[in-house]
Design a protein around this ligand. Structure first.
Ligand code: DGL
Length: 269
């Protein structure tokens, strides 16, 4: 069974890259809903409907487990999907919980909340993710202690996809300045959007020295390793990769190559 990786577009390739590095023998199907991206500034209902449609496609392609690489989908759609949509023999995992478990310093199994190693955590994400409050909610369930300062980086995804590096840097600087005004001495920063690792250097420049910037791809891969140990039925071997888009294949190939610097053989769904 291939593992499905769902994203609103091609930003989720940052997560897929880390997964492929950790699991070179696993089969993956990546589906980017580029025709409907970006999700970060859509209504909650739209995000839920589109994420369900994307997962339905991946289930239809034989995936038993789907990872929502998109933070906006993970924040807004994951809980309702797990309650009302995911069939009993399939699984959907998001990308926020691995970040939260990194803050907790251990996986959560419904037990006592962990003491956080950090007092002030900065959380940067799309407007939709920040508005959902999901990160704070899921964190509070698992960890006691840290204060979360969430800042929406509106326009950052579009600036990056449009190739406007200067605008992207300005948005990062503004967002970090806003966060530091609320918490001048943070210990951790979470880049809660698929695209933000592409701006990690700018975030690090703007943040005070010594802030631990959590790396989502690596954390998601580590969580998946642990998950597959418990549920080996969702693993496969072969190392095949399919990249599928709902958008215009030529445009997606060109934009993804510009953003990631390599040719990516996307095909139509
Ligand atoms: N994939 C989205 C996320 O991680 C960013 C792009 C979008 O807004 O669709 O939140």
């Amino acid at each position: 069974m291939p593992i499905g990786v769902f994203d609103s577009g091609f930003g989720g390739l940052t997560v897929l890259g880390a997964l492929r590095e950790r699991f070179p023998e696993q089969d993956f199907i990546y589906f980017g809903d580029t025709a409907n991206a970006p999700y970060g500034e859509r209504s909650a209902q739209e995000v839920v409907d589109l994420t369900i449609a994307g997962c339905r496609y991946l289930f239809g392609r034989g995936c038993g487990l789907v990872i929502l690489a998109c933070n906006t989908s993970s924040a807004i759609a994951l809980r309702p999907m797990q309650e009302y949509f995911v069939p009993a023999d399939r699984r959907v995992l998001g990308v926020l919980v691995p970040m939260i478990e990194a803050i907790a310093g251990r996986p959560y199994r419904g037990d006592k909340r962990a003491e956080a190693a950090a007092q002030n955590v900065l959380f940067f994400a799309t407007p939709g993710t920040v508005k959902s409050g999901a990160f704070e909610r899921e964190l509070a369930l698992r960890v006691s202690g840290p204060r979360v300062i969430s800042v929406a980086c509106g326009g950052l995804v579009s600036a990056l996809e449009g190739g406007d590096k200067a605008a992207a840097e300005r948005i990062v600087e503004r967002a970090v300045a806003e966060a530091l005004e609320a918490a001048p001495e943070p210990e951790m920063a979470v880049l809660g959007c698929t695209h933000y690792p592409l701006m990690e250097a700018a975030f690090r420049r703007a943040l005070p020295e010594g802030v631990n910037v959590l790396s989502q791809g690596v954390l998601v891969a580590a969580r998946l390793a642990e998950y597959l140990e418990r549920f080996p039925q969702f693993a496969s071997c072969g190392g095949a990769l399919e990249l599928v888009t709902s958008g215009d294949v030529a445009v997606v190939r060109e934009e993804a190559a510009r953003l990631f610097g390599v040719a990516l053989p996307f095909k139509a769904m």
